[in-house]
Every structure is written in structure tokens, then in C-alpha cells.
Design a protein around this ligand. Structure first.
Ligand code: RB5
Length: 149
């Protein structure tokens, strides 16, 4: 795992319980879970929670971000609007490994209405334990970054 790294977590109302389970899991592996909420289950708007987490990653305050909503899609779209963010939605461990290995993703999004807790924790582990491969993939990530300029 990424012991010692600060990992920001946020979600909308659809994913509070799973977000807390992931925060506890990460902390149990020696990383610092920076859980920015929300704390209560009232209906809220995923774009602001995706943006808040993305800003902490883009600024370097947190090494990775894990964000959740019902499908994982809306909050992922929001986070990806922040410059420097590469976030993918994952519902399987293969994709979670590959977005690190090939895309150097710095954020992971999960749909709390899509995957159960056991699989979600495995997805988080796959994401946090996989290194970026570099090489030809770095050229492609550079091309993604060029789209932001
Ligand atoms: C909220 O009902 C739901 O739309 C949201 O959690 C998410 O799935 C959006 O992408």
C-alpha cells in the first residue's frame, strides 16, 4: 500500500457508508485518510465534492484521491475538470491497476450503488499498490496534459 501518503476521500450522499469503510481500510494500512465528508446523509451535489477532493490532489496536498457517488460517474466527471487530475471510474480490479499502470491516474472513483464493500476495498488496494509504468505511457499522459493547455 502507499504507507504514509495522504489520500483524500469525498462523496455525495449516496456513498457515505462506503466512503467511511474505505477511509478506515486505508488508515489500517498506514496511509493518512483525509476524509472531507460530507458527514451527514442529506441530499447534496456531487460536483462540489468531486472538485474539493480534486483541488487537494492537484495542489499536492494529497497524493491520491478516492471519490464516490451512486455510479461514480458524475463525481469523476467533475474531478476531471480540475487541471492535473486523471480520474477513472472502476468497478473491477483490473481497471484499477491499469489506470495507475498506463494512465498514471491520481484519483479513483467508485460507484457505491454499483459495487459492494468487499470488491470496493479490493479495487482501492489494486489502485494504491500499482505503480505507473512510464515509457510509452508517459508520452500518452503528456498528451493528455497538453489538452489542458
Ligand atoms: C444521486 O442520486 C446520484 O445521481 C449520484 O450519486 C451519482 O450517481 C451521479 O453520477
Amino acid at each position: 500500500m502507499t504507507a504514509g501518503h495522504r489520500i483524500v476521500l469525498s462523496s455525495d450522499h449516496a456513498a457515505i457508508q462506503l466512503r467511511r469503510a474505505i477511509a478506515a481500510h486505508i488508515a489500517g494500512h498506514g496511509s493518512v485518510a483525509v476524509d472531507i465528508g460530507p458527514a451527514t446523509p442529506e441530499s447534496t451535489h456531487y460536483p462540489k465534492h468531486g472538485e474539493a477532493a480534486a483541488r487537494l490532489v492537484a495542489s499536492g496536498d494529497c497524493r491520491f484521491g478516492i471519490i464516490l457517488c451512486g455510479t461514480g460517474q458524475g463525481i469523476m466527471m467533475s474531478a476531471n475538470k480540475v487541471k492535473g487530475i486523471r480520474c477513472g471510474v472502476c468497478a473491477d480490479t483490473f481497471s484499477a491497476r491499469m489506470i495507475r499502470q498506463h494512465n498514471d491516474a491520481n484519483m479513483l472513483s467508485i460507484g457505491a450503488r454499483v459495487v459492494g464493500e468487499g470488491l470496493a476495498l479490493d479495487i482501492v488496494d489494486a489502485f494504491l499498490t500499482t505503480q505507473f509504468e512510464g515509457g510509452r505511457h508517459a508520452t500518452r499522459v503528456d498528451m493528455i496534459e497538453a489538452l489542458e493547455r
